[in-house]
Design a protein around this ligand. Sequence first.
Ligand SMILES: Nc1ncnc2c1ncn2[C@@H]1O[C@H](COP(=O)(O)OP(=O)(O)OP(=O)(O)O)[C@@H](O)[C@H]1O
Ligand SMILES: N[C@@H](CCO)C(=O)O
Length: 303
Amino acid sequence: MNQLPFQIRVPGSTSNLGPGFDSIGLAVNRYLYLNVEAADSWHIAFDQNPVNLPEAEENIIYQAAQMVSEKYNKKLLPLSVTMQSDIPLARGLGSSAAAIVAGVEIANIIHELQLSKQEKAHLASCFEGHPDNATASVYGGLTVSLHTEQKTETVALPAPDIDLIAMIPSAELKTKDSRNVLPESLSYSEAIKGSAVGNVLVAAILQNNWELAGKMMDQDVFHQPYRESLVPDLPTIAALARDFGVLGTALSGAGPTINCFIPKGKGEYIASILKTAFPEYHCEILSPVNHGVWRLAEEEKTF
Ligand SMILES: Nc1ncnc2c1ncn2[C@@H]1O[C@H](COP(=O)(O)OP(=O)(O)OP(=O)(O)O)[C@@H](O)[C@H]1O
Ligand SMILES: N[C@@H](CCO)C(=O)O
């Protein structure tokens, strides 16, 4: 326990980018900060703006840290974790993955496990059940992954040179509820189309061809068509946004946030148009970031 106290920072993320369902993640400049100290019993809470989250063993940060501790046969002693965050909860910006990655990192530091990024990403993906947000929060940048219980294969790429306008509704949508509207299976021909659309999306992003990437976002067959019942504004926003220079529009993760991918520096102009057209959404300009989970040096500590 001689590591204590310490602070870590974990980026939030968007995922799927349309057809990259349960595979593609992108870390963004919204962060979960945690201050971790010794304590007599577990206590996990936000520093300001308290929200209704479990304070102890029911909290996913504790559960992820405990999962890693058990895997490495270590005893997890009680800790006090104080958090600050500008990642909205249950809005599709990877709040749960950031919390899970934080739990993995806490165990890594406390037990001096020296886990690699691949190991952290695998542990966090096993906990969350899919790798897209978790890998983005571990590696930073753009991540393309295949997750199985045995291994999480990730190609980690630099953050692309674009910005995003996140259109965030006031109501939460839990990932669990948003996955409940998805079908059990797809036909062979639909699966082939879905895979081709995802392949072209990745190739277009690698060539910085966001026009083409945007077209692929519209052609997802894996999840967006089914989730339109929960997020009916998606096609309307996508159609309007295109007229004002948005390169592509996609559901952020499981929603309900809708992301507009835009040329760097055009955010204020396009956001002002979107805010006028859709006043019920909170519009935030986000930028991709290259750093994943990070232990802060003394001079970097924020609270
Ligand atoms: N900092 C945190 N500490 C503890 N629990 C958290 C924290 N952040 C998120 N959670 C838990 O995760 C839930 C939200 O997870 P959910 O997967 O539904 O949405 P999300 O991760 O924000 O969006 P998405 O997975 O679509 O990107 C919260 O309701 C809360 O239970
Ligand atoms: N790929 C996940 C991301 C949300 O956690 C989904 O769309 O359900």
